[in-house]
Design a protein around this ligand. Structure first.
Ligand SMILES: Nc1nc2c(ncn2[C@@H]2O[C@H](COP(=O)(O)OP(=O)(O)OP(=O)(O)O)[C@@H](O)[C@H]2O)c(=O)[nH]1
Ligand SMILES: [Mg+2]
Length: 426
């Protein structure tokens, strides 16, 4: 970690402001080279000039975080230039001219934070979850993981495994004098059973994080008002609407931001009894396919006309039915707000509270599973009151596997896989 790294921490493109971050020993040299008026007062934001040897680059806000009280544990400089890609490029080029400064790789700031003991591996992974969370529950869970909730549980369990290991080691040491140690076998056995129980509970708390948004698929007869309903929900004329049946052919995905998370609304071609053409046939086939992938199937039904023959079949198949054209009968249609509330409560139901934080990392679960296998083998050996050395070895292995969850034991490949999945500048 002798190099100083820099990166643009905000997306590339035009915006009001951008953030450029540098971390490493060359931060004072960077300040001297491009911020001649900057005083480097710790954690005080100052408006200052950024310049290359030949020209003014920008007037920007700069903050200096001296080591070790920074995100990475190293000296950090944060710059807030105007969000003009041309300015950002010039600024970064000028910084890269300073000796020992280079562009950061993906996740390298967070990797340094981990290597400098600013956070453990579970917390580093939680940061990735914070960046990806698209609903309130996932976000709150990621915050809990970042605060170290699961790390603490893992540490406590690793400590208890150590205690059992110590009892077993004692057993190994006094193996000749069997009479003096039955108590430790008994204690070790009981404690190990509890540990196994805890490991199994931890394993059950795995929940894969969803990379895709949940899908609400709107289906029904042609002209039922599916596209109109989606337009009303997203408050935008996003989809083509017309009084000609068969307007929508390909299915179309439209994101909807609900109070507790984002979902995808999917408009489909109407399902008709009589197929007019091969294109109709293909469009309906697509509707059926997308319905199979739906998390929620919403039947849209025009109640101002006689129901289609398949209605009963569709009703059974649907998770939710929305009636349209009620206005034609002099009644009120369901309000958009009401429908949004309904979707919000279906996709993001309120939790009862008191739930334990769930684990989203497959890597962490794999480590927990390995620890469980070791502990199981140790228990088997203990049951037979034999091969104490082996049982002690299994317990040491179990502890190592558990410590890998939080990164107390880890190899470079694992770290690369984790941090390479992050964006540059994180
Ligand atoms: N009066 C009334 N007209 C509606 C209502 N919903 C939709 N319409 C009209 O019904 C016609 C069909 O609406 P669309 O939203 O295109 O229907 P669709 O289900 O997407 O139709 P296809 O894409 O052809 O399957 C349009 O002329 C809409 O303006 C409603 O609740 N009341
Ligand atoms: Mg349509």
């Amino acid at each position: 970690m002798t190099d100083t790294i820099i990166a643009l921490s905000t997306p590339v493109g035009t915006s009001a402001l951008a953030i450029v971050r540098a971390s490493g020993k060359a931060v004072p040299a960077i300040c001297k080279a491009i911020l001649p008026e900057f005083k480097m007062q710790p954690r005080i934001a100052s408006l200052t000039k950024a310049q290359s040897p030949t020209e003014l680059i920008d007037n920007l806000l700069a903050i200096y975080f001296p080591a070790p009280n920074s995100y990475t544990g190293e000296d950090i400089l944060e710059l807030f230039p105007h969000g003009n890609p041309f300015i950002v490029r010039k600024l970064m080029a000028a910084i890269c001219e300073v000796p020992d400064v280079r562009l950061a790789q993906r996740g390298e700031f967070t990797k340094r934070a981990f290597l400098n003991g600013k956070m453990d591996l579970t917390q580093s992974e939680a940061l990735g979850d914070i960046l990806c969370a698209r609903d309130a529950k996932s976000l709150s869970n990621a915050h809990r993981l970042l605060s170290g909730e699961v790390s603490c549980e893992i540490k406590a369990l690793a400590e208890r495994i150590k205690e059992v290991s110590a009892l077993l080691e004692l057993e190994v040491d006094f193996a000749e004098d069997i009479e003096s140690t039955p108590q430790s076998i008994f204690q070790g056995y009981e404690k190990l059973e509890q540990i196994l129980q805890n490991l199994q509970n931890l394993k059950k708390r795995f929940k894969t994080s969803q990379n895709t948004l949940p899908k609400a698929v709107f289906f029904g007869a042609p002209n039922a008002g599916k596209s109109s309903l989606i337009n009303a929900l997203v408050k935008e004329d996003r989809l083509l609407v017309s009084e000609t049946a068969g307007t929508t052919r390909d299915f179309v995905e439209v994101p909807l931001h609900l109070p507790d998370g984002d979902i995808l609304l999917i408009d489909t071609a109407g399902l008709a009894e009589e197929v007019q053409s091969e294109i109709d046939n293909q469009a309906m086939q697509k509707t059926r396919e997308i319905l199979e992938k739906a998390n929620l199937k919403i039947l849209v039904m025009d109640i101002s006309i006689p129901p289609p023959k398949e209605l009963e079949k569709w009703r059974k198949f649907a998770d939710l039915v929305v009636e349209t054209h009620a206005d034609i009968l002099g009644k009120e249609n369901i309000s958009v707000n009401e429908l949004q509330k309904k979707l919000n409560s279906i996709f993001f139901p309120e939790s009862k509270g008191g739930e334990e934080a769930w684990i989203v990392s497959e890597r962490q679960i794999d480590c927990i599973k390995k620890a469980e296998e070791n502990a199981l083998r140790a228990l088997e050996l203990l049951k037979q009151s034999q091969a104490m050395e082996l049982a002690a070895f299994e317990m040491r292995e179990a502890r190592n596997s558990l410590c890998s969850v939080i990164g107390e034991i880890t190899d470079e490949n694992v770290l690369d896989t984790i941090f390479n999945s992050y964006c540059i500048g994180k």
